[in-house]
Design a protein around this ligand. Structure first.
Ligand SMILES: Nc1ncnc2c1ncn2[C@@H]1O[C@H](COP(=O)(O)OP(=O)(O)OP(=O)(O)O)[C@@H](O)[C@H]1O
Length: 307
């Protein structure tokens, strides 16, 4: 069961007028995986999720869920979703709303279990329209999982949550994933992808730029960063040093991306260029910036981090 395919995109495209929101995506997600869809504003994440859920149709290519169409998987109750827009329903309590949704699924989990997973047990009797933004997000999470779906799709689930609420949310999500379920979530938060996903798919301009574990992405972007003060020395030739894959000069400081930091540091020592030397692993943030550096800028290049 573990290796069975949950999600398969093959050559999927979707345009809006001149904008190619999804531009030939091939993507396979196996059952039990937790995958982060990471990208800048306008990268194509929500469009991809809409196609996955069958809310929208691809122009070219095909989307399959559990070997069938998205509509079949959704109708069979195998998919739960938490999308970006969704207003609280007035006047019903949290328990009433979750119970109502549960009745629309063929094999729901007990309502109390969904409430516990979303950390809502203490709020079960409260009216949904009287909750804080973070509490409403948890209700939406409970609504997404009460049908006991094998695949849960979360579009920027922690947008607008504070740090503590975000951590609680991911704890709940990991609890759900540990039961063997498949999770796909989109985010701009690099640390969230790093901490909560088995695999990260970076998309930009509707294309998959990178796909792998956070370790693999960091390695693809150059394994370490070696930085030092130029102290007035010329920067020519730094790109030719052993291991170096890219060079950035910021003021008087040079930052070398390297896949062999030992060899790079030895070569710098030979040049007597080790003033203020620092060696650090590439962060996922650096990896993301390197990977998207050559792509055309998205409409709003905001890159958020949780720290
Ligand atoms: N219904 C639509 N009509 C016209 N253009 C659209 C529509 N939906 C999306 N787009 C465009 O398609 C591109 C991809 O948008 P999408 O919402 O998929 O990106 P995103 O990665 O989810 O962005 P964000 O992080 O800002 O939510 C953008 O250029 C967007 O303006």
């Amino acid at each position: 069961m573990k290796n069975e395919t949950a999600v398969a995109f093959t050559g999927v495209t979707r345009s809006f007028g001149p904008v190619r929101a999804v531009d030939g995506i091939d993507l396979t997600i196996r059952r039990g995986e937790t995958v982060a869809l990471l990208g800048r504003n306008g990268a194509g994440k929500s469009t991809t999720i809409g196609l996955l859920l069958g809310l929208d149709e691809p122009e070219n290519g095909e989307v399959r869920l559990f070997g069938g169409t998205p509509a079949q998987a959704v109708a069979a109750g195998r998919v739960g979703a938490m999308l970006q827009d969704g207003r609280p329903v007035p006047r019903v309590t949290v328990r009433e709303l979750v119970a109502f949704v549960a009745r629309t699924y063929p094999k729901p989990m007990p309502v109390s279990e969904a409430l516990a997973l979303a950390d809502l047990t203490d709020l079960a009797g409260r009216r949904v329209d009287r909750l804080s933004g973070g509490q409403v997000q948890r209700v939406r999470f409970a609504v997404a999982l009460v049908g006991n779906p094998e695949l849960i799709v979360l579009d920027e689930p922690t947008a607008a949550l504070d740090v503590e609420a975000r951590e609680l949310f991911w704890e709940s999500m990991r609890g759900y994933a540990r039961r063997g379920n498949t999770v796909l979530f989109s985010t701009h938060y690099l640390e969230e992808a790093d901490a909560s996903a088995d695999r990260i798919v970076v998309i930009d301009s509707g294309r998959v730029l990178a796909d792998g574990t956070s370790k693999q992405l960091k390695r693809a972007a150059g394994g370490s960063l070696v930085s030092f003060d130029l102290a007035g020395a010329p920067s020519e030739g730094l790109d030719l040093l052993p291991g170096v894959t890219a060079v950035e000069i910021r003021g008087d400081r040079a930052r070398l991306h390297t896949d062999d930091s030992d060899a790079t540091v030895r070569a710098l020592a030979d040049r007597d260029a080790i003033r203020g030397l620092e060696v650090a692993p590439v962060s996922l943030n650096d990896a993301f910036l390197t990977l998207t550096a050559h792509a055309p800028a998205a409409q709003a290049p905001a890159l958020e981090t949780t720290r």
